[in-house]
Design a protein around this ligand. Sequence first.
Ligand code: ZN
Length: 67
Amino acid sequence: MREWIGKCRDCGKDIYCENGFLNGVVLDDQSLKCFACAEQEDAGTDGSEQKNAETGDSEQHSETELD
Ligand SMILES: [Zn+2]
């Protein structure tokens, strides 16, 4: 069973529901994105998290030197 749900709001690719599995994601405002466009947004979030981890590490290092 394959049901057309809508189009990716970023690239315009058709998004279907196949056997209960949606080959895309539904956003909070009910618009749709294919997995490729959704993954691109996730990658940006990961990058900023890594930056925060590096800053925390260097702070720990200077605390050790003060002791
Ligand atoms: Zn897309």
